[in-house]
Design a protein around this ligand. Sequence first.
Ligand SMILES: [Zn+2]
Length: 320
Amino acid sequence: MPGLVNAHIHLLDSIVQDACIGYSISGYAGSRGVKHALTRLYGREATAYKGFIRDHLSMYSSIGDFLENPQYCSELRQLFSEYNVLYKPLSRPINTLDPDEYSWVAKTCGGVGVANPTNIPPYILDTLARISRDYIVAAHVSETPWMQRVGGLEYLVEHGVRLRHVVHGVYLEDWEYRYLVDNDIVLVVCPRSNLWFQGRLPRLGKAYNYGVGIAIGTDNTGCFHPNIWSDIEIAYSIVHSRNPSVKPREFLKHIIKSSIKALALEKPWYIVENEKADILALNGREIMVHRSYDKIGAIIKRAWVSRNFIKITDQVIKKL
Ligand SMILES: [Zn+2]
């Protein structure tokens, strides 16, 4: 199958697993959330993440990370490249009130990931709009009822910020799906995270029918294992429940194309002659593909059981 993209994680909290238990979303990940104190305490160096990257993230072709500390961008990019993962850190300034810091983050990391749009004062938005012409700018939106009420999506877009993608959108309304389509913004969803913190899922059946580009991420690595297959299955389940005529092949192709767009990966999802291909090999027997009535369906519904993914890299080809 085409290489796999995890469009949204937070890598830094992987250093402390399960600290989300006992906390609400704001208590865990909010600006004063417990995870920030814990990652500062235990994750003092980027190299502390090497083992986690090797063991749990090296199967991906590319990863989008809302990285809380921009100082780690270059070193983490280097660590990921050792496993042939194209790492896209979308980071944020330490001082969120300084426009120059936004420009520095964009240049150093390649993009800005806005944790909460309405926390950005209006005088920063001109800078952010300028940045968004050359770099990826993305934002969490409508993750909670409060975020939906204060309306981050329109706030950014109407101030000229070109958003590549928004994350979550659990409470978005119908007109906002149209708004995403009109402004060519991909919706990155993290179903397991939404179930855990909100007990609710984004209305993907509706979003898909509106033509919204949907990509998938696994969110906080300290709370949700970054194996994306359950999230893909849940997302497909929601779409399929509303519209059973959406076939696995169509859905898988849709999310792969959307994630390439969401992270501006500038590569085709298909094989081009004389170009380097991006392929993930699965063990068909493990997922019972030989018994399956729908081979792509077998991937979506059972790839989570598999531990044998081989990313086809130059080194693998040389061995062949
Ligand atoms: Zn997030």
